[in-house]
Design a protein around this ligand. Structure first.
Ligand SMILES: [Zn+2]
Length: 126
């Protein structure tokens, strides 16, 4: 299990067959249900910072649900994640790394309100 700390400030771009980077490495069936709900709601409120540039759809690898366009990234000004991450958290109990969770707890689940407050040049992936 790789639940500890993720050294990068982005999460959710998984690679097949790379230990520690597989989606299934992050499933935690014992993760607290209320936390699962609150974290997934937080992730859904993120500000879109990369829009899809493709017509390609993202199909959930686990339940085959159509999750919308591929390639949409969200941010809260500190972390960056793909918009599909909330689905994996909510429906498949994929657990975000502890440093990401710690950050969400520190801001008390409050999403940044004004996208002008985000320093795009200093985000991971920029
Ligand atoms: Zn799914």
């Amino acid at each position: 299990m790789y639940f500890h700390t993720w050294k990068e400030k982005w999460f959710g771009l998984f690679k097949k067959d790379v230990p520690g980077l597989r989606l299934t490495d992050y499933i935690d069936p014992d993760w607290d249900l209320e936390l699962v709900y609150r974290v997934s709601e937080y992730l859904k409120k993120g500000i879109i910072y990369i829009e899809a540039t493709t017509e390609q759809r993202f199909i959930c690898s686990m339940c085959k649900k159509d999750l919308g366009y591929n390639g949409v990234m969200m941010t809260d000004g500190v972390f960056v994640w793909p918009h599909v991450l909330s689905h994996y958290v909510e429906f498949h109990k994929v657990r975000i790394p502890d440093n990401f969770l710690k950050h969400i707890l520190e801001v008390d689940f409050k999403m940044i309100e004004d996208s002008d407050d985000i320093d795009l040049d200093n985000l991971p992936f920029s």
